[in-house]
Design a protein around this ligand. Structure first.
Ligand code: ATP
Ligand code: MG
Length: 159
């Protein structure tokens, strides 16, 4: 099925806005030009970004979350999600996509969770032919970037 990432992100932001507001967090959604639809499974796409957004809210105590959707030439659609949260220490970054991996025991106790979210996210992104990257600095924030390929001969736009 053809999936509209804009619609997915708008719904997710709407559905998490109360949760974010309770923590005093602002969620910003920036939508770029000429975004094509992506071929995939809408529910799984939603699951990808629900997990990332839930993490961003959970691991951010003040500031904001900025989500950007943009087209990168004819190659990719890039979704980036940046927060001003607690960040991830450099030496832990390479492990966070592993099943049940959680950063620091004390942090786990404070924030809850099972450590499965990002392992599932990575699998679902790759199932759609995409890639996921993370950049983070402890105490400053985290940015996840998800890229989905645009298959030009199959490209569809919203009508
Ligand atoms: P679950 O998602 O299964 O409820 P979880 O959130 O602990 O549990 P993951 O989503 O897989 O597990 O994330 C793995 C670890 O990466 C987390 O425990 C957390 O320490 C760290 N992490 C993930 N996203 C962020 C973020 N946006 N900011 C800071 N740390 C993060
Ligand atoms: Mg999680």
């Amino acid at each position: 099925e053809w999936v509209d990432l804009v619609e997915i992100m708008e719904n997710l932001v709407r559905n998490t806005s109360l949760q974010a507001k309770e923590k005093g967090l602002d969620i910003q959604l920036n939508i770029g030009h000429e975004l094509p639809l992506i071929f995939g499974d809408g529910l799984r796409m939603e699951q990808i970004f629900m997990n990332l957004l839930t993490n961003a809210i959970r691991y951010t105590n003040k500031g904001k979350i900025v989500i950007d959707l943009q087209r990168v030439a004819d190659r990719h659609v890039l979704v980036s999600m940046e927060d001003t949260g607690i960040g991830i220490p450099q030496e832990e970054l390479k492990h966070i996509f592993e099943r049940f991996y959680r950063v620091e025991k004390s942090r786990s106790r404070q924030y809850g969770g099972t450590g499965l979210g990002l392992a599932i996210v990575k699998q679902l992104v790759e199932l759609h032919g995409g890639q996921i990257q993370v950049h983070s600095q402890s105490g400053t924030g985290t940015r996840f970037e998800v890229r989905f390929p645009i298959e030009s001969e199959k490209e569809r736009r919203k009508s």
